[in-house]
Write a protein that binds this ligand. Structure first.
Ligand SMILES: *[C@@H]1O[C@H](CO)[C@@H](O)[C@H](O)[C@H]1NC(C)=O
Length: 319
């Protein structure tokens, strides 16, 4: 079990301060990397539109930033018919501001599946602990659902990477709770975090390169879900949720070289009860976040194009 002292409480000011310093440095480094990655692997084709918007939050004093990607030739002024929609959440370890890091993915989905993509931000720890990020994700789905003039609300898919995959999975299972009236058709997860009750130390794997350091995983845990009791909440650990709540299509990409996503494969097996489409792809020998900033002509680029291509085909069936 994890020692309770590894939890990060705001009233424990010296721990909090130390974490804030580390996180500030990590945020800076991650931001620089994101800028480099976006330059390297995405471009906005001239006939595609990216719109930056603010989505209302349940807290009236703030909004949630989102980037909306439209398929080529989409002209909002000509009142186009509502289109199927994909809502996406980026990877962040629940601590890094990285909205925009999935630009290449979002553009590809909008362009090739002919849908609208809403790439939405969420609050991060340690300033905003669980369930702040979940609230932002739910508010985003609600906002999409309340705009049937723009979005085909019978064709809603969710996707996410790592922590964003956690949010996508959590939100996709809320048709029995916070999102009662909303039907989510599909959820697509890239190396998602699904079980916060798992001790980070148990995730040590000597057989792989590229793994996330246990100290970093601990930091993520303590910044997002500091209290042990919170970790059992299905809105933090969706793997503990009732399998019947998940959407009819669930797609999971895990990585062989990743120490924090393989339990998602257990989830895939559990929910594959014949009542839904479950696609599980374990990508060979690659680690977390492998699909960002890939080099042209590399094996990673090929793998990314294949994984994204498979996602496009699934999204095409939405509409
Ligand atoms: C989640 O982690 C806990 C703690 O290690 C483990 O007992 C449980 O089996 C895991 N749940 C699933 C569904 O993998």
């Amino acid at each position: 079990m994890m020692a309770a002292s590894s939890s990060l409480y705001k009233h424990d000011s010296s721990r909090y301060l130390r974490a804030k310093i580390i996180i500030t440095i990590l945020r800076f480094l991650a931001y620089m990397k994101m800028i480099r990655n976006i330059r390297r692997d995405s471009y906005l084709p001239p006939n595609m539109v990216l719109e930056k918007i603010q989505i209302p939050s349940r807290d009236s004093h703030r909004t949630i930033e989102a980037h909306i990607y439209y398929p080529p030739g989409y002209d909002p002024s000509s009142s186009p018919p509502p289109l199927p929609v994909l809502i996406n959440w980026h990877a962040s370890g629940f601590i890094l501001p990285q909205l925009g890091t999935d630009r290449a993915y979002c553009m590809r989905m909008a362009r090739d599946a002919g849908i609208i993509v809403v790439d939405s931000d969420y609050r991060k720890g340690p300033e905003n602990i669980f369930p702040a990020a979940v609230h932002d994700a739910v508010d985003t789905v609600r906002w999409v659902y309340s705009h049937p003039d723009r979005f085909d609300i019978n064709s809603i898919a969710l996707s996410g990477f790592s922590s964003g995959g956690n949010l996508a999975l959590v939100t996709s299972a809320m048709s029995a709770s916070s999102l009662k009236d909303v039907r989510i058709n599909a959820v697509i997860l890239y190396y998602p975090i699904t079980n916060f009750t798992l001790d980070p130390a148990s995730r040590v794997r000597q057989d792989i390169n590229n793994r996330l350091a246990i100290s970093l995983v601990r930091l993520i845990y303590s910044c997002y879900v500091p209290e042990m009791s919170m970790r059992k909440d299905v809105r933090a650990s969706p793997i503990l949720d009732d399998p019947s709540f998940f959407p009819e299509t669930v797609v999971i990409f895990t990585c062989e070289g990743d120490n924090i996503d393989l339990e998602a494969e257990k989830l895939a097996r559990e929910i594959d009860d014949g009542s839904r489409t479950v696609v599980l792809r374990r990508l060979k020998a690659i680690g977390h976040n492998w699909d960002k900033g890939v080099t042209k002509g590399s094996t990673y680029e090929k793998m990314r194009d294949e994984a994204y291509g498979e996602t496009v085909e699934i999204l095409k069936k939405l509409g």
